[in-house]
Design a protein around this ligand. Structure first.
Ligand code: HAM
Length: 422
């Protein structure tokens, strides 16, 4: 009887060679952009304390109430991080990053986990790149964070996007707005979906985020937050828009954009693409001036964004953008006989030590099969080594693209390959 086989969990995928080169390319674009904007990389653990995430993101959010992967061990409660803003805020407090002086500018790339129902563009393990600017309440910081995000998409060539912008205010503005929403929705509570009826009690602003059919016409007529912003929030929002205009970043104001995390204050934004289908957000973010205090730090204004890498890949495919090519070996050593294989162990090491990517056959196949394999792997050159070649020291060096062969000794081959790879 054959042994049981295993596969990845639902909504979690392997990224294989052929695909992973695209990821490497994208990551290099993010790193290059981070360098240009002068953001330092932060790498936080995959596991955090459940309490941090619950407090940071908000008990009543979908993420905390139903999408967390948690477990306990002894007295400790662990959660697989569903996002990275709360962890970065934790690190900022834990390591007293404020004492380094000025605003802290951090970026990250890594896996996040949410127990959502998987579908196209929605996974249980997915990947984000993001940036956080901590220690500035200036609208300049909001504009810079949005510019950073847009610059990555610009470099990759994804243009079919819409930047949606809103201000969700501060607690004072929101208090007035929530009251207005309750006054508006309450007389219609029977017409609302179950989930929106619940939100009317817990967090009425989240009704605006409802995808339920029966809520839509009511949402259309609901009061908008812009009418309830206090002077400070209104001025901040105006300044953000002014800077985006100065930077030639087009945006659409969406007064119903509330986002799915509770920590936002003032600016909230989302980058959507019609190429993505129902999961249309490529990225999102905003200002979170109260989060750092909420997780035990000094009051510290901050702003950031995160984008989904899988969704970016889908958008690239839709736009016909090729991200990075599968890697190909520079040289493939074809061997005939035991002595040639023995020789190859040292010879291939010498090639690799001089920076040349080299591979060979590992299963004692015929010359014909090895040449076919070299072709399949798209090797640029082949070295053919058999007993007579070892005796004379002259190898067949085959240019796979030109289909030409010359005889050379190994030193000459190494020199030639080094010249070609420069
Ligand atoms: P978020 O909107 O929850 O924000 O996630 C950001 C992006 O991650 C989404 O726009 C989407 O592209 C991607 N994403 C989210 N969930 C999934 C999923 N299940 N499968 C695939 N992709 C997904 C945040 O996470 C905030 N931390 C952003 C932020 C940073 N705000 C301030 N700083």
């Amino acid at each position: 009887m054959s042994k049981q086989t295993f596969s990845t969990h639902h909504g979690m995928v392997d990224i294989l060679p052929g695909e992973s080169e695209k990821w490497q390319f994208l990551e290099s674009v993010v790193r290059e952009t981070a360098r240009e904007f002068h953001y330092g990389e932060i790498r936080t653990p995959i596991l955090e304390q459940t309490e941090l995430i619950a407090r940071g993101i908000g008990q009543l959010t979908d993420i905390v109430s139903k999408e967390m992967f948690t477990f306990s061990r002894g007295d400790d409660n662990y959660v697989l991080r569903p996002e990275c803003t709360a962890p970065v805020a934790r690190a900022y407090v834990q390591h007293h990053l404020a004492q380094r002086g000025g605003a802290q500018k951090l970026f990250y790339i890594g896996p996040m986990f949410r127990a959502e129902r998987p579908q196209k563009g929605r996974q249980r393990q997915f990947h984000q790149f993001g940036a956080e600017l901590m220690g500035s309440g200036d609208a300049m910081a909001d504009a810079e964070i949005i510019r950073f995000m847009m610059r990555v998409f610009e470099k990759i060539g994804i243009r079919n996007t819409v930047l949606q912008l809103n201000s969700v205010g501060d607690p004072e503005s929101r208090k007035a707005y929530k009251e207005a929403l309750i006054a508006y929705f309450s007389p219609h509570r029977e017409k609302l979906s179950d989930i929106s009826r619940q939100r009317l009690e817990t967090n009425p602003m989240r009704i605006l985020d409802s995808k339920e059919e029966e809520d839509q016409s009511l949402i259309e007529g609901a009061p908008v937050i812009s009418d309830y912003l206090n002077d400070e929030c209104r001025e901040h929002y105006a300044k953000v828009k002014q800077y985006l205009n100065d930077l030639n970043i087009p945006y659409t104001e969406n007064p119903r954009l509330v986002r799915g995390l509770d920590y936002y204050t003032k600016t909230a934004f989302e980058l959507t693409s019609p190429d993505l289908g129902s999961q249309d957000a490529l990225g999102g973010g905003g200002r979170y001036d109260l989060l750092i205090e909420e997780v035990g730090g000094q009051p510290t204004p901050a702003v950031g964004f995160a984008c989904g890498i899988e969704r970016l890949m889908i958008a690239c495919e839709a736009a016909g953008i090729e991200l990075g090519k599968p890697s190909r070996p520079m040289v493939y050593i074809v061997t005939r006989g035991e002595a040639a294989r023995d020789w190859t162990v040292g010879a291939i090491d010498r090639l690799r030590n001089s920076g040349i990517s080299a591979t060979t056959d590992y299963s004692r196949r015929s010359i014909k099969a090895q040449l076919k394999d070299a072709n399949r792997q798209d090797a640029r050159f082949c070295i053919i080594a058999g007993e007579s070649e070892l005796e004379t020291g002259q190898f067949t060096f085959r240019d796979m693209e030109a289909s030409e062969e010359v005889r050379m000794n190994f030193d000459e081959i190494v020199r030639k390959l080094n010249q070609d790879s420069d």
